[in-house]
Ligand binder design. Sequence first.
Ligand code: AMP
Ligand code: MG
Length: 407
Amino acid sequence: MVVNRGRWYSGSVEALDFAAARRCVVETVGACRPEVEAVPLAEAAGRVLAVDVVADRDYPPVDRSIRDGFAVCAADVPGAVRLIGEVRAGEAFAGKVGAGEGVRIMTGAPLPDGADAVVMVEHATVRDGMMTTEKAPGVGEFINRAGCEARAGDVVLARGVRLRFPQIAMLATVGLSMVPVYRRPRVAILATGDEIVTVEAAPRTYEVRNSNSWALAAQVTAAGGLAEVLPVAPDDLEATVAAVERGLQADLLLLSGGVSAGEYDFVEAALGRCGAEFFFTRVKIRPGAPLVFGRARGKYFFGLPGNPLSTAVTFEVFARAALELLGGAGEPPLPIVEAHITKTLREKGGLTRFLPAVLENGTGRVTPIVWKGSSDVPSLARSNAFIIAAADRELYEEGDAVSVLLQ
Ligand code: AMP
Ligand code: MG
């Protein structure tokens, strides 16, 4: 244990750089296997799959037409064939297609025996029971062969995937109406500060409405957690200890505020009283440098700096990864894209900086927003992304490529 500023630390008191801090979070929390519950397919979107799902049969189960048209023998076209019947999706053709014969076929219908190609309806003319085409589809054309999409027993969805509509389509296809998913982590959200009042309050000039808890609740929900917003803790050690103990009942505790060097920042001391070990207490980023990450009573916690942009950024780039892992998902890659900056940006380096910005959809252009520091919620609200200015770079000139973190 190391003593710093009169508080207790068991971890490094050195500020970690951005990449090292993220690695620390990911490696410390590591892969988790939470409890499993089964939910109806209709409620499975957004959840994390708790099992590997295998194909229950070949997909498609038989050779199938992927066009409306005519099932024929490839050897008979171009040319004319005599139509001997029709097969629709949802039925099987009883007979066989012989030389010089064809069967009208609909998309999704099984290919009749004897046929080995499909002539698209757009390439055919029908007269007096005969189908004529100038096209020569090769053997297998417009046919999906049995098992060409997946074989019975193939793993079609891997455990740990977060279920979105493509995966829901797969679950429905294989007939999984009740889906085994991981229990959603419960996340306690604890704002601190004597000046913080409820959203419903009429604040005095020196008071601030609690925006962090609600922004965090939205971020937690988006990352698959169950947010529980606790009452704001005042800047008082005993009260903060009691609130932290309550928060540690959840799977993850997110605190905001009270982690700076001020006389009334009690969060680290309170966590220390609850037996916390600290993995880091400072990160070389702006905003959000006094970020604290640790574990107490067997639960992970983040002490997020209180300024709203600091809270928002540190959740997205650090706490979100921990939450995903606690929920049984893999560590999500940060949603970073490259874009061209529309204005010259000069900013003191030394720290990785996250600057609110507007990323134009489709053009690959990003514009930094003029902002007044990490308390500036109006500028946060105007942004849809954060420019990531590298620690070793002070100048980005107009047109330069820059990394952008999507919100
Ligand atoms: P702190 O980290 O406690 O020093 O707080 C830094 C700044 O963030 C202060 O100006 C606080 O008023 C503000 N702040 C702290 N917590 C919240 C919150 N829950 N909602 C909005 N602003 C906050
Ligand atoms: Mg405070």
